[in-house]
Write a protein that binds this ligand. Structure first.
Ligand code: AMP
Length: 271
């Protein structure tokens, strides 16, 4: 497994792979790898000749300096995970932005609601860093998780709008056996907070089959001890929500199961 530390060295290797006709899959991550990331890596392993995992805690997508500072960094374990999963290369630059960096990629529609509303500037940071990664690694395929549904939608739109010849592969959301969606930020939860957080996936699961899922889930989450509601929204057939547990923000989503309305027979008229 090769480790690339600079954009230049990574791009040089990537251009050679493209010349050889190698099918390259990129799994972009911020590290602190868990089974959710691993599922993306495994899908890429099945579908590509060569798998690159990028590990970079992107400062421009953090709206809170404290969140960036506290983000878990577990390089030694991450390297071992990638090695065991048959990853060919890790791209982990110490820096991706010049001091006078002044060019941004911004998606203006799909990034507006949900996390875009709660985290100003977040998606501009995400689109910009993913565009950089795609330019550097030149992947044929990009593997991203439905855990971050809005991110997946925004990046898919960006690839289309900017004619980037990289195919998006969306991968299913992976949960812990207790239902909590796997996330690097879960590491920050105390045992008591984690216990309180379980009401989040439980409520979401129940809400998707209710007649008024948004209203139901909002009320449910507002009643849960230790949880602070950020948002509940519906988008593209999914119910998505974000909550705070102490200082940790968690997101989750599920496809909506449309409640069957009772089919009424045709009204008889003319009598
Ligand atoms: P992150 O390291 O949190 O930026 O996530 C990197 C990629 O892994 C993103 O495409 C995420 O959507 C995906 N991912 C994170 N957690 C999960 C999960 N529980 N299930 C599936 N994909 C995930």
């Amino acid at each position: 497994m090769k480790i690339y530390r600079t954009p230049t060295s990574m791009q040089r290797a990537a251009l050679a792979w493209q010349r050889d006709g190698t099918l390259v899959g990129l799994v972009p991550t911020m590290g602190a790898l868990h089974r959710g990331h691993l599922s993306l890596i495994q899908k890429a392993r099945q579908q590509c000749d060569l798998v690159v995992v990028s590990i970079y805690v992107n400062p421009t997508q953090f709206d809170q300096p404290d969140d960036l500072r506290r983000y878990p960094r577990t390089w030694t374990a991450d390297r071992a995970t990638c090695m065991a999963a048959g990853v060919d290369a890790i791209f982990s630059p110490s820096k991706l932005y010049e001091a006078d960096h002044s060019t941004w990629v911004e998606e203006k529609t799909l990034s507006q609601g949900r996390c875009g509303r709660s985290r100003p500037g977040h998606f501009r940071g995400v689109t910009t860093v993913v565009m950089k990664l795609v330019q550097i690694v030149q992947p044929n395929r990009l593997y991203m998780g439905w855990k971050d549904a809005q991110q997946l939608e925004v990046i898919t739109r960006m690839l289309r709008d900017l004619h980037v010849p990289t195919k998006m592969v969306g991968c299913p959301l992976v949960r812990d056996p207790d239902g909590l969606a796997l996330s690097s930020r879960n590491q920050r939860l105390s045992p008591a907070e984690r216990q309180q957080a379980l009401a989040f996936p439980q409520g979401l699961k129940e809400a998707v089959s209710k007649a008024r899922p948004i209203v139901w889930l909002r009320r449910y989450l507002q009643r849960q001890p230790g949880l602070k509601l950020d948002y509940v929204e519906e988008a593209n057939g999914r119910l998505a929500a974000a909550i705070w547990v102490g200082k940790t923000r968690l997101i989750d989503n599920r496809p909506l199961r449309r409640v069957q309305k009772k089919v009424q027979g045709p009204k008889l008229s003319g009598h």
